[in-house]
Design a protein around this ligand. Structure first.
Ligand code: AMP
Length: 573
C-alpha cells in the first residue's frame, strides 16, 4: 500500500512548509496515525517507543490547533525528565521557526527560576515541563493553566516509574475539563491504563502494526557510532568494502544532501536522489548509477521506490528508518539475482532501539561490528595495492618499461627505492585523508556518578533518560570540506592532543602504516586509539601519537625491529 504523505494528513500549509524545510519526506507510521485525529481535536493514546517520531506526532496537532494571536499557555506537555523537556521543546522550535507569534518554553527542575519565569511572561503558548516544576509554578501562581486546550503526556510510563503520580493528579486538577488529551507511553501497564481512563475521553488508540516480514538472507551488520562520526565511518566502510555500486539511505532530504556533498568533497563519485529532484535530474542520476558512472547513490526511501538496479553490492543505512518494512525494502536492494550483498546500518544514540525493534519484527539477528579503525582501512588499501602489483607481475605485460628501470638501476638506485618511488607516484597522494573520530579514542574510564541533582521545587530528582542520547540529526557532514581525494595531501597541523613523531623507517624499508602502528601498539603496549595518522616517506615516516604516550613510545620502541631495522622515534622537528 502506498504510504500517506504529510499533505494528506490535513496539516496546515504553515506547518507543511516547516516540515518541508526540515527535509522530512514521509510521515513516520505513528505520525500518519496520530496526526489526523489529533488535528480534529480527538483525544489520542499512542503506544510508541522513543525514536519513533512521536514528538512530531503530538506537536503537529497541538500547534495546528493553537491560536497564535492569543497569549497565555494553550498547550502543556508533561515530560519525565529535563532532557526530554528540552528535546521536545527543541523539536517544537524547529516547527515554529517561521511561525510568527508562537512560542514554546521548557520549565524543569534544577535550573534557575528567573529565565523560565521571563520566558513564560514573554507570552509562551506552549509549556514543556517536568511535573514537579510545573506544580511549583502553579503554586507560586507563575503558571496559569485555565486556557489550556491540549495536554500531552510524553513517556507517561516513565513519569509513573519516577513517582510523579501525585504531581500529575495535581496538575490535571488545575486544567480545564474541556480539553484535548494526548497520551504517549512506551508500555501500557495497569497504572498507565488507569491514568488513561481517568484523564482521556473516548480516545483514538494508535498502535503500530507490525507485518510479517521476510528478510533477504544477506549479510547484515550494524555499527554504533556518534552521529557526528557518520560521514567518516561511511567513508571507511566504502574504502574497506570497495563496492562497485552502493546505495546509502537517509531519512531526510537534508541528510541526503549533506552526506552527498561530504562524499563528493572527499573524492567519491556520489550523487543524490530525493523528492526535490525533477524527473530529468532523476533520470540522469539513475542512468549514471546504472552505468557505473556513479558508484555511490545517496537516497531517501521515497525517491528510491521503484528504483530498478540489480547489482548493488552494498546498502548502508545512514540512519535507520522508522518502519521495519522500509528497512527490509532498503536492504532488499542488494543481494539480488543470487548475487552476494551486504547491508550495514549506522546506529547512533536512540536509534539503537529502532535496531532492536527491526531485529524483533523482522526476526533477524543483525550483528554489531566495531567501527573500522584508520589502520584497518590503511592496511586494506596496502593489501589492495599489493594484490594489484602481484597480479600485474603475474600477467607480465609490463615489460616495455624495463629499459627505464634498468637505467635507474645503472644509476645506482636500489630496486626497493625505484619501486617505492613508483608507488609514491601511483598512490602516495591519492589516498583519502581520514579524520579522527570519537570512536578512535580509547574509551575513558567511567567516572563515578555524582550526587543526584535536585529540583528544590518538589521534583523527584533528576534521572538520566533511559533511551535518550543527545539529539543531533543535524548535518553530520557539516561544514567540513576536506580536499578532494585526488588532491595533494596537506601536512595539516595535528590536533592539540597529538604529537607528530618521527620514526626511522619508511617506504624504502617496505614499512606500511599498518605495520608501524602494529609495532607501536605491541612494543609500547599502547591503548587502542592512541596512534593517529601515519605518513610514510621514502626513508622515514611521521606518526601522530597522543601526547600522554609520547614518553612511553620513546622509552620502549627501541627494543623493536621492523624489516630488520632497530626502531627509533623522536618528537618531529
Ligand atoms: P522522536 O521519536 O520524536 O524522539 O523523534 C526522533 C527523531 O526523528 C527526531 O530527531 C525527529 O526530528 C526525527 N523525525 C521525526 N519525524 C520524522 C520524519 N517523518 N522523517 C524524518 N525524520 C523525522
Amino acid at each position: 500500500m502506498e504510504k500517506q504523505t504529510f499533505a494528506e494528513l490535513g496539516i496546515s500549509p504553515d506547518l507543511l512548509n516547516a516540515i518541508e524545510a526540515l527535509g522530512f519526506e514521509q510521515p513516520a507510521p505513528i505520525q500518519a496515525q496520530a496526526i489526523p485525529p489529533g488535528i480534529e481535536g480527538r483525544d489520542v493514546v499512542g503506544q510508541s517507543q522513543t525514536g519513533s517520531g512521536k514528538t512530531m506526532a503530538f506537536a503537529i496537532p497541538a500547534l495546528q490547533r493553537l491560536d497564535p494571536h492569543k497569549r497565555g499557555v494553550q498547550v502543556l506537555i508533561l515530560c519525565p525528565t529535563r532532557e526530554l523537556a528540552i528535546q521536545v521543546c527543541e523539536e517544537i522550535h524547529k516547527l515554529t521557526a517561521h511561525m510568527s507569534g508562537v512560542k514554546a518554553t521548557p520549565i524543569y527542575g534544577g535550573a534557575s527560576y528567573d529565565r523560565q519565569i521571563r520566558a513564560l511572561q514573554s507570552g509562551a503558548q506552549i509549556v514543556v515541563g517536568t511535573p514537579g516544576r510545573v506544580i511549583d509554578f502553579i503554586e507560586r501562581d507563575l503558571l496559569r493553566l485555565e486556557n489550556i486546550q491540549t495536554l500531552v503526556f510524553d513517556e507517561a510510563d516513565e513519569m509513573l516509574d519516577m513517582g510523579f503520580k501525585d504531581e500529575i493528579d495535581r496538575v490535571v486538577k488545575a486544567l480545564p475539563k474541556e480539553r484535548q488529551t494526548i497520551f504517549f507511553s512506551a508500555t501500557l501497564s495497569g497504572p498507565i491504563k488507569y491514568l488513561i481512563e481517568s484523564y482521556t475521553r473516548n480516545p483514538v488508540w494508535v498502535t503500530i502494526e507490525h507485518k510479517a516480514l521476510t528478510v533477504p538472507t544477506i549479510e547484515q551488520r550494524y555499527y554504533e557510532v556518534n552521529s557526528r562520526s557518520k560521514v567518516e565511518v561511511l567513508c571507511r566502510l566504502l574504502d574497506l568494502e570497495n563496492p562497485r555500486l552502493a546505495i546509502l539511505f537517509a531519512n531526510t532530504k537534508r541528510m541526503v544532501d549533506d552526506v552527498t556533498d561530504a562524499l563528493m568533497a572527499r573524492g567519491y563519485s556520489a550523487d543524490r536522489l530525493h523528492g526535490d529532484l525533477n524527473q530529468t535530474a532523476r533520470d540522469r542520476v539513475m542512468k549514471n548509477f546504472r552505468s557505473g558512472n556513479i558508484e555511490v547513490l545517496v537516497a531517501t526511501d521515497v525517491a528510491a521506490r521503484g528504483l530498478d538496479v540489480d547489482d548493488v553490492d552494498l546498502v548502508v543505512n545512514i540512519d535507520l528508518p522508522y518502519d521495519e518494512e522500509d528497512y527490509v525494502h532498503r536492504i532488499g536492494r542488494t543481494g539480488r539475482a543470487g548475487r552476494s550483498g551486504k547491508a550495514m546500518s549506522l546506529v547512533s544514540g536512540r536509534e539503537i532501539f529502532l535496531m532492536q525493534r527491526i531485529q524483533r519484527y523482522a526476526k533477524v539477528r543483525i550483528e554489531r561490528h566495531k567501527v573500522p579503525t584508520r589502520e584497518e582501512v590503511e592496511g586494506k588499501r596496502a593489501d589492495t595495492y599489493f594484490e594489484l602489483l602481484r597480479a600485474t607481475l603475474e600477467e607480465g605485460n609490463y615489460k616495455s618499461h624495463e629499459d627505464t628501470v634498468q637505467r635507474l638501476l645503472d644509476a645506482g638506485q636500489s630496486a626497493t627505492e625505484i619501486c617505492s618511488a613508483l608507488m609514491h607516484l601511483w598512490i602516495g597522494d591519492s589516498a583519502r585523508e581520514s579524520e579522527e573520530i570519537i570512536e578512535d579514542r580509547p574509551r575513558p574510564e567511567k567516572a563515578p556518578r555524582g550526587p543526584r541533582e535536585n529540583d528544590g521545587g518538589g521534583e523527584r530528582g533528576y534521572r538520566e533518560p533511559r533511551e535518550r542520547a543527545p539529539r543531533d540529526y543535524g548535518p553530520a557532514a557539516g561544514g567540513d570540506h576536506r580536499p578532494p581525494r585526488r588532491e595533494h595531501r596537506s601536512d595539516a597541523a595535528p590536533s592539540p592532543h597529538h604529537t607528530r613523531m618521527f620514526i626511522n623507517v619508511g617506504a624504502v624499508d617496505g614499512a606500511t602504516p599498518r605495520e608501524i602502528s602494529g609495532a607501536l601498539y605491541r612494543a609500547c603496549e599502547l591503548p587502542q586509539g592512541t596512534v593517529g595518522k601515519i605518513d610514510i616517506y621514502a626513508k622515514c615516516s611521521f606518526v601522530l601519537v597522543q601526547n600522554d604516550f609520547v614518553e612511553t613510545v620513546m622509552d620502549r620502541i627501541g627494543s623493536t625491529k621492523l624489516h630488520g631495522r632497530n626502531l627509533r622515534m623522536d618528537v618531529a622537528k
